[in-house]
Ligand binder design. Structure first.
Ligand SMILES: [Zn+2]
Ligand SMILES: [Zn+2]
Length: 109
């Protein structure tokens, strides 16, 4: 499973003390890479435990379980495809500009 923020993949999964953190976002299990955890508000998009506010949630068997206090709730799963990873707007603009350049060259304008 890639990082939910940057899409990086865990290259050497270690058992136990992995620097990657698991969380739940929109009732889906996600992973956050060690680098993204350094960013301010990296967990702002994650679901939080209704009881203690922790983001240390696990999604399994249709339930969201808090690893800090043990609170569980039913996962609200909608029948819709998984959301794509958020696209970096800067990168999207760059790609668009590059495409526009190519198109201009082709049409000779
Ligand atoms: Zn990341
Ligand atoms: Zn909790």
């Amino acid at each position: 499973m890639p990082c939910f923020r940057c899409g990086a993949r865990q290259n050497d999964p270690v058992r136990g003390a992995s620097p990657w953190r698991r969380g739940v976002r929109a009732d889906r299990q996600v992973l956050a890479c060690p680098l993204c955890q350094l960013a301010d508000g990296w967990d702002a998009e994650l679901d939080r435990c209704a009881r203690c506010g922790s983001v240390a949630l696990l999604c399994r068997l249709g339930e969201i379980e808090c690893r800090d206090c043990g609170h569980t709730r039913e996962a609200v799963r909608e029948d819709r495809p998984a959301e794509p990873f958020p696209v970096d707007p800067g990168l999207a603009a760059e790609v668009e500009a590059a495409l526009a350049r190519v198109l201009r060259r082709r049409t000779g304008v």
